[in-house]
Design a protein around this ligand. Structure first.
Ligand code: C5P
Length: 397
């Protein structure tokens, strides 16, 4: 599995760094090519000589090492790997990752990469439990960073609790899983997400409420199954996942063009909350409250992107999935919508304010297919995404 895979291993400054020497051995035993990076703090715990001797190649340490830059720049270094592993990932290194800082080689590589990143946190239990660290962990998880551990147990500092770095073989197992070729390998899946903004004038717009959380989670879940994902997103509250091809748009007509440009696709998931109308007499300059009086807006219908793609005669994706956010008679309305839109599946959900689903972290959906309706238990948006991605992979692979 790991044979000939390139792993960029960033060793942070923690007592657990000694385990990373063993990790290098375990990875190389399995045929992986390990390029080591040692932070300045990491150097206090393990020597560059032991790291490079075990890795069988030079260890990269400094951002402004001209030699390295002429041989391989930091951008290239961050992208040449199949996976980046940070072990130990200290509280400081993860805080830098969460904040997007790039003030040394390790943090710059982590910010510049387009590859997946696995972190193995290691720190004192109080540091792990600190709200700042937990906030950073939540941010990293939202960014799609993979995580292994930490384990609970006796710590080098004499305390007990979570904070011990996972054992080398546990990290190897996660690396294996991260590099496994999923059932959607070779499949291109298009996902739309977030709201669209339809301008009234340069400073005002109309839009639907949408955080983009569910669409983002779906893109990430498809990616985890090995799909190549094009993610067409309006202005969402959550950042797009790493590792997908993101196309940012504002309006429905821009989304329609981006979708057309992204085809062909093996499957398309339309999770965006597209505005139904745009303002046909949108102002080029700001409408003045004092002098222009009440604006007389006129509306035009937006293209129905889902219906358009569903009706394609040539080049229609093999599976077209729409969403139906309803507040009443969810299953009945969504069943009709599936027929009206011409899509294969509809993921229906009840977005009545009482459900707390809109903008929340959970979702309760019913999947409507040609075979009928299947109601899933209420669960996290990530779990809904994983279940949907699995269904999609069963349908198209
Ligand atoms: O008609 P309604 O907006 O309820 O349909 C929702 C579904 O249709 C979603 O999948 C949404 O992404 C898609 N849609 C679209 N283009 C529109 C409106 C909705 O693709 N203009």
């Amino acid at each position: 599995m790991l044979a000939s895979k390139h792993i960029l291993l960033i060793i942070g400054g923690g007592i657990a760094a000694f385990k990373s020497l063993d990790l290098i051995r375990r990875l190389r035993e399995r045929g992986a090519i390990v390029t080591p990076v040692l932070t300045q703090a990491g150097e206090e715990f393990v020597t560059p000589l032991s790291v490079s001797a075990l890795a069988g190649q030079k260890v990269f340490q400094h951002l402004f090492d001209l030699n390295d830059e002429s041989e391989m720049g930091h951008i290239e270094l961050s992208r040449a790997a199949d996976l980046i592993v940070v072990a130990p990932a200290t509280a400081d290194l993860m805080a830098k990752m969460a904040a997007g800082l790039a003030n040394d080689l390790a943090s710059t590589l982590l910010l510049a990469t387009d590859k997946r990143v696995l972190v193995a946190p290691a720190m004192n239990v109080r540091m792990w439990e600190h709200p700042a660290t937990q906030r950073n962990i939540a941010t990293l998880e939202r960014d799609g960073i993979l995580m292994v551990g930490p384990n609970e147990g006796d710590m080098a500092c004499g305390e007990y609790g979570p904070g011990r770095m996972s054992e080398p073989l546990e990290i190897v197992a996660e690396i294996d899983a991260a590099l496994a070729e999923g059932p959607l390998k070779g499949k291109h899946v298009l996902v739309t997400s977030g709201p669209t903004h339809e301008p009234i004038d340069p400073v005002r717009y109309i839009a639907n409420r949408s955080s983009g959380a569910q669409g983002t989670a779906i893109a990430r879940a498809l990616l985890a199954l090995g799909a190549e994902v094009t993610f067409v997103t309006g202005p969402a509250d959550v950042p797009p996942p790493m590792g997908v091809k993101t196309v940012e748009i504002q309006t429905a007509s821009e989304m329609e063009a981006a979708v057309a440009a992204a085809l062909p696709a093996d499957a398309a998931v339309f999770a965006a909350a597209v505005a139904d109308w745009h303002v046909t007499n949108a102002g080029d300059s700001k409408i003045k409250k004092d002098t222009d009086g009440l604006p007389q807006l006129t509306f035009g219908e937006n293209p129905d992107i889902l219906a358009g793609v569903s009706a394609m005669k040539k080049g229609r994706p093999g599976l077209v999935v729409g969403f139906a956010a309803e507040t009443d008679d969810v299953i009945e309305n969504a069943t009709k919508k599936r027929i009206r839109k011409g899509c294969d599946w509809i993921v229906a959900n009840d977005v009545s304010p009482a459900t707390g689903i809109m903008g929340g972290s959970e979702n309760a959906v019913t999947l409507i297919t040609g075979q009928g309706a299947e109601t899933w238990p209420r669960m996290g948006k990530d779990a809904v995404a994983a279940a949907l991605a699995k269904k999609i992979s069963e349908a198209i692979s």
